[in-house]
Design a binder for this molecule. Structure first.
Ligand SMILES: [Zn+2]
Length: 425
């Protein structure tokens, strides 16, 4: 079995423990041995990597990825992309994510029914490079909800699936489970960019959410919800949704309910898209209209207060920022860690833990992924600098000296750092 040994590295293991100098031996797809003593690991046939003091850390997990989004200024444009081009684009995006250190991604919706599924399968088969991936359904929404881009006398293809009533949601959920998704995505709340359903509006009914959750439970799948309004958070929790995106407008009762469910749920606020829509979209010629800007400002402020409260209450809050739009493009995903530090008061180390060990729990592999630990899967980054002091380093892919997934290099370290040992004859 192939072996790689990293020597002369500072290990940030993902647990939150302080960095320590050491060596790590990878055998096959897993971390075989870790030593804190230089030269202690004997691996005569291993490829030797001299880290030169660089940091070795777990690969990053993106908790709200849209691998099939196309960095367009709006969601309407997604429906216009033909499936052939869209498949290639998604294939490119997952590579971009891996190039930027994301070795796992939790998809928060596919822009066409089977895009996530075929890309996940191709990655798993080793046919294309990409992160470990949990595939989502398209967004299941209601008439007039986020994702319903139809208008009378104006034909437009939607990236979402529109259903009304429990029966239609049940049918849609069963359909996507049949097609192989890991996660069913629903849109119980609106969004500031949807005039007919703003963020504070709750557009699905309990019966509709319950129908999707019932299908998920019966087939061993999970439901993820776009839930900005307080009521949509409560509705999601009442019915067994386990992944809550946004949860930004939660009220006191919603916070109580989130805390009560803390062992089974995850929250990803998606700070990236809100922040850039508010402050940077104007640089791309698309400033939000004044009323939207006011609402986004309120949502960002309240959302940050709520995330701080949820963290104090022991809820797992994860970085993942809805990258996939013109002013919040795919590849910049690591910026969400900076938002966690700047806006939520995380230490850089705590942000790293959220993006690695906690992210692995979201991937349902917390016992073998997301930490530099013996026996764990070898998804590793060799980073020039110490991201436990400054997470912004991770936004510069030039400082990712090596990217390993499953024990194999996606990006090899610079030649000067790698030497092949000659096995003793
Ligand atoms: Zn999203």
């Amino acid at each position: 079995m192939a072996q790689t040994v990293f020597r002369n590295v500072a290990i940030v293991d993902g647990s939150g423990a302080p960095p320590f100098r050491g060596e790590v031996l990878v055998q096959g797809s897993r971390i075989q041995e870790i030593s804190r003593t230089a030269g202690a690991l004997s691996a005569p046939s291993a490829e030797e990597i001299d880290g030169g003091g660089a940091t070795l850390m777990p690969g990053l997990v993106e908790a709200h990825a849209h691998p099939s989004f196309a960095d367009t200024p709006d969601i309407e444009a997604l429906g216009l992309i033909p499936p052939e081009e869209h498949t290639l684009l998604t294939m490119k995006n997952v590579r971009v994510l891996l190039d930027h250190g994301f070795t796992s991604l939790f998809s928060a919706a596919s822009a066409k029914p089977r895009l996530d599924v075929v890309i996940r399968n191709a990655i798993d088969a080793g046919d294309i490079p990409g992160p470990r991936m949990l595939a989502a359904s398209p967004e299941m929404t209601v008439t007039g909800g986020l994702g319903d881009v139809r208008l009378h006398h104006h034909h437009r293809e939607s990236f979402a699936v529109i259903a009304d009533g429990a029966d239609e949601f049940r049918r849609a959920a069963r359909h996507f489970v049949r097609e192989g998704v890991d996660t069913l995505k629903i849109n119980p709340s609106g969004d500031e960019y949807v005039p007919s359903a703003r963020a504070k509006h709750t557009v699905m009914t309990d019966a509709e959410v319950a129908a999707v959750c019932e299908v998920a439970r019966s087939r061993g799948r999970r439901v993820a919800a776009h839930a900005r309004s307080a009521e949509s958070v409560k509705m999601s929790l009442r019915n067994g949704v386990e992944v809550l995106f946004h949860a930004t407008l939660s009220d006191a009762e919603a916070l109580e309910m989130l805390e009560a469910a803390k062992d089974s749920i995850f929250v990803a606020p998606t700070l990236g898209i809100t922040y850039t829509s508010l402050y940077e979209a104007k640089d791309h010629g698309a400033p939000p209209p004044a009323d939207v800007a006011r609402a986004l400002e309120h949502e960002l402020a309240l959302g940050c207060d709520n995330m701080k409260a949820l963290r104090r209450r022991g809820v797992r809050v994860l970085p993942g920022g809805d990258y996939g739009f013109t002013w919040n493009p795919i590849g910049r995903n690591a910026r969400d860690l900076e938002h966690f530090v700047a806006l939520l008061g995380y230490t850089p180390m705590d942000a790293l833990v959220a993006a690695t060990a906690l992210g692995a729990q979201l991937m349902m592999r917390g016992d073998e992924l997301g930490q530099v630990r013996e026996g764990f899967l070898a998804d590793l980054l060799l980073v020039d600098g110490d991201p436990s002091k400054d997470v912004r380093i991770l936004q510069d892919k030039g400082r990712l000296l090596a990217i390993m997934k499953d024990g194999q290099f996606h990006k090899r370290p610079p030649a000067a750092r790698a030497t092949y040992a000659i096995a003793a004859e």
